[in-house]
Design a protein around this ligand. Structure first.
Ligand code: AKB
Length: 314
C-alpha cells in the first residue's frame, strides 16, 4: 500500500483511520487534508488545508506527494446538509467529482468513498434492504451520496478507476465526536450518561435505525480496501450494518449500566430525516464478496463505549 491521502481527515471517521493507516505505512506516507486545521496529535503528519471543491489545490496535493490511494471522507452530513444544502451539494457532489477526476488524471490506484444509509428513502423497504433497491432520497445529503455512488460506479466502468465504498449506518465512537449527522444522538446519549446528566433526544423514542460501532466500521473499510477486485460484484455501494436500535432501546441498555439515567424526547427537524431511513439493511453481499462481519453487538458496544468514555472523563 503506497502513499495515501485522507480528505476530511479530522472528522469522526478520519481521526480513527489515521492511526490505522499509520501502522501500515508510517506517518510520512499518510497525507492528511481537511478544511479545518489539524488537532495537536496530527501536526507532524504531512498535512494540507484543503477544500475539496478546489480542484487545482487538490491536484497539487496529489502530485506533490505522489499519492497512490485516496480515502475521500470529506462530506457534509445529513442534518448540516439541510441547514446549508448549497454547501452540501458543492462539498459532497462537486467535491467527489473533483476527487474522481483528479484520481483518473493523476493515475491514483484506488479511491475509497464511503456512502451512507442516507441514500435510502421512504420508498425503500423498511427491513433487510438489499444493495440494489429503490432510492429516492429527499435530503441534500442523500441526493449527493447517491450521486457519489453512481459516479464511483461510472468511473470504474468507464475509466477502470478502482473506486470502492460501503454504505455506513450510524457510527458510534468515543474518540472523535460526530458532527452534523442525524444519528449523532446515539453518541451524545453516552456522553450525558457518563456525566450523570439527563439527555434531551431530538429523535422519537421508537425510531429504529441501523448502527455500527467504529472498530467494526474501520475493519470493514480496510477489508474492502484489501479485497481482491475480481471478487467484487459491487463497487461504491456495499451495504454494511451491525445492529439496529431505537433511542428508547439504547436508553434502556445504558440505564442497566448507569442506574438513574434518563432521557426526554422532543423530536425536531432531524426526525423527518430519520423517518426516511430503513430499520435494518442486508449486509450479506459484503459478507460474501469480502468477508464483512461485525463483532460488536448492542450490549458489547455499550459496555466498551461506557468504559472508554468513563476513562476519558476522569
Ligand atoms: C448522518 O446521520 O448523517 C450520518 C449517516 C447515517 O450517514 N451518520
Amino acid at each position: 500500500m503506497g502513499t495515501t491521502l485522507i480528505t476530511g481527515a479530522y472528522g469522526q471517521v478520519g481521526q480513527e483511520l489515521v492511526p490505522i493507516l499509520t501502522r501500515r505505512l508510517g506517518r510520512e506516507k499518510v497525507v492528511l487534508a481537511d478544511i479545518a486545521s489539524p488537532p495537536e496529535r496530527f501536526r507532524d503528519y504531512p498535512n494540507h488545508r484543503l477544500d475539496v471543491t478546489d480542484r487545482a489545490t487538490l491536484e497539487k496535493v496529489i502530485s506533490e506527494h505522489g499519492v497512490d490511494h485516496i480515502f475521500h471522507l470529506a462530506a457534509i452530513l445529513s442534518a448540516s446538509g439541510e441547514k446549508n444544502p448549497a454547501r452540501a451539494f458543492m462539498t459532497n457532489a462537486i467535491g467527489t467529482h473533483n476527487i474522481l477526476e483528479a484520481a483518473r488524471e493523476l493515475s491514483v490506484k484506488k479511491v475509497m468513498i464511503p456512502s451512507t444509509i442516507g441514500v435510502f428513502s421512504r420508498e425503500t423497504p423498511r427491513r433487510n434492504v438489499p444493495v440494489n433497491t429503490i432510492m429516492k432520497p429527499r435530503t441534500m445529503y442523500g441526493i449527493t451520496k447517491v450521486t457519489g455512488e453512481m459516479l464511483g460506479n461510472y468511473y470504474f466502468q468507464k475509466f477502470g478507476l478502482d473506486v470502492r465504498g460501503v454504505r455506513f449506518p450510524g457510527l458510534i465512537s468515543y474518540s472523535a465526536p460526530p458532527g452534523g449527522g442525524t444519528t449523532d444522538y446515539s453518541v451524545e446519549m453516552f456522553h450525558y450518561a457518563v456525566r450523570k446528566e439527563k439527555y434531551a433526544c431530538y429523535i422519537d423514542r421508537n425510531t429504529v435505525l441501523p448502527m455500527m460501532y467504529m472498530p467494526d466500521a474501520m475493519k470493514a473499510m480496510m477489508a474492502l480496501f484489501d479485497a481482491d477486485i475480481n471478487r467484487l460484484r459491487f463497487h461504491s455501494d456495499y451495504n454494511i450494518s451491525a445492529f439496529s436500535f431505537s433511542p428508547l432501546q439504547l436508553e434502556e441498555v445504558i440505564r442497566k449500566r448507569v442506574p438513574g439515567f434518563t432521557v426526554t424526547y422532543a423530536p425536531d427537524y432531524r426526525q423527518e430525516i430519520a423517518s426516511e431511513w430503513p430499520e435494518t439493511i442486508d449486509s450479506s453481499d459484503a459478507a460474501r464478496d469480502w468477508g464483512f462481519r461485525a463483532e460488536y453487538d448492542l450490549d458489547s458496544m455499550v459496555d466498551d463505549m461506557l468504559m472508554n468514555l468513563t476513562k476519558k472523563e476522569r
